[in-house]
Design a protein around this ligand. Structure first.
Ligand code: SAH
Length: 262
């Protein structure tokens, strides 16, 4: 992927200021970036390597980095609510995404989770994403390509996953939409034996309804719902304690395993 390349016009760069604030910019020759810490000339960043120190016009220090997946998804343009990085991590591990896997996804939203899925399956894998709203598909495509560059192993199908999917024998299915119980049947048709179904939902009422649907269908086993809480700690000299603020709630993850029915 050439991640050791030097920054060039068109590169996405995260500028980190001395207060820990992050700004995502796209470099252009002659461009300028304005923040409370001052003005950074893009030309001071172009040609530097990942992690370099750059200075504002008034001499304030900033660090320039290539964005990580987490930094990018928290700063990228969003139409719909994105899946938080901590949950992208949990979904890819609980869904057991692996290099070479074929994944069915719905819906795409702004494409934050999609980026994690495409990365997890790698160039030998494939992701097929269903999305009902064309304008979300366009935002997602722009975000995915802004972060990963052109991708040839990802396709978007415009349409509702509730109406059925044409894919068969997929290894994993990942859903982030409001009524996943309506997708249990079509996704059950698409997943191979031993395949894994993952759904991300904001309320436990939805998770309960989905769980009841999965438990009443002999094609599924090992149905489990979890939530992931991540608490950062402040460690400075002898002051060692949890940070005062944390993200209190995002969503619940429900997984199930596709079995070969009797
Ligand atoms: N995971 C995304 C956010 C998804 S938001 C991210 O991280 O950015 C939920 C998306 O599901 C919306 O874009 C919505 O249009 C889409 N959606 C809702 N119902 C759907 C359906 N039946 N089939 C496909 N997509 C659907």
């Amino acid at each position: 992927m050439g991640l050791d390349r030097r920054f060039e016009p068109g590169s996405r760069v995260v500028l980190l200021d001395s207060r820990g604030r992050r700004y995502l910019i796209t470099l252009s020759a002659g461009g300028t970036f304005h923040s409370h810490r001052g003005i950074v000339e893009h030309d001071r960043v172009i040609g530097e390597e990942d992690g370099s120190l750059v200075r504002t016009r008034t001499g304030e220090e900033m660090r320039a980095f290539r964005p990580t997946l987490s930094e990018f998804v928290l700063k990228m343009p969003r139409g719909a609510q994105v899946v938080y990085p901590k949950d992208i991590g949990a979904i890819t591990v609980q869904g057991d995404l692996y290099p070479g896997a074929t994944v069915l996804e719905a819906g795409v939203g702004s494409g934050a989770l999609t980026i994690g899925l495409i990365r997890a399956v790698g160039p030998a894998g494939r992701v097929v994403s269903y999305e009902v709203r064309e304008e979300f598909a366009d935002t997602a495509r722009a975000n995915v390509e802004a972060f990963l560059g052109p991708v040839s192993n990802w396709e978007i199908q415009i349409g509702s996953v509730y109406d059925g999917v044409k894919e068969r024998g997929v290894d994993r299915a990942v859903l982030d939409l409001p009524e996943p119980w309506r997708a249990v049947d079509p996704v059950g048709e698409a997943l191979r034996g031993g395949g894994i179904f993952v759904s991300y939902l904001p309320t436990i009422i939805q998770s309960q309804r989905l769980t009841q649907e999965l438990q009443s269908d002999s094609r599924w086993s090992s149905v489990l719902t979890t939530e992931t809480l991540v608490r950062a700690w402040k460690i400075e000299g002898t002051s060692v304690r949890p940070e005062h603020r944390m993200v209190g709630h995002t969503g619940f993850i429900t997984v199930a395993r596709r079995v070969v029915p009797l």
